[in-house]
Design a protein around this ligand. Structure first.
Ligand code: FES
Length: 149
């Protein structure tokens, strides 16, 4: 039985503190993650593997680079919903960007694009960004190896 009156409901203050729940965008990217999977060896120009020792989650990310731009990107996350959603959004943000632009994507930009993420889950957004940076470093080292040949 609802014992609250209409007056009481109207008096509920609007919550303005830190986000304590997943936004619709986070739930969407978790339920329907973009760019999931891995690129085949012959399409992989860079690969990154990172983990978060604090929670044991792991992230693998592949990139294919054409004319200095990220042509294809794929990831596999062995992590929580926050890690999956932020990695999915990260791949959406990075796809089509130049290597320099992709390198500058921050975890804050990923979180902002998702409309926020609970404070205690913010570290999850670092996994994707770190994996992308590792994949870019791998691409760079493959480039210099090719030049030395
Ligand atoms: S709790 Fe570890 S990445 Fe989300």
């Amino acid at each position: 039985m609802d014992t609250s009156s209409d007056d009481e409901n109207e008096m509920q203050p609007e919550y303005s503190g830190p986000i304590l729940y997943y936004s619709e965008a986070v739930i969407d990217h978790f339920m329907n993650p973009r760019n999931v999977g891995e690129l085949p060896e012959n399409e992989t120009d860079g690969y990154g593997l990172v983990g978060d020792p604090s929670c044991g989650d792991q992230m693998k990310l592949w990139i294919s680079v054409r004319s200095g731009h990220i042509d294809k990107i794929a990831f596999k996350s062995f992590g929580c919903p926050g890690a999956i959603a932020t990695s999915s959004m990260l791949t959406d943000l990075a796809k089509g960007k130049s290597i320099d632009e992709a390198r500058r994507i921050t975890d804050d930009e990923v979180v902002e694009a998702l409309g926020g993420i609970p404070e205690r889950k913010k570290h999850c957004s670092l996994l994707g960004v770190m994996a992308l940076q590792a994949a870019i470093r791998d691409w760079e080292s493959r480039q210099s190896e090719d030049k030395e040949k």
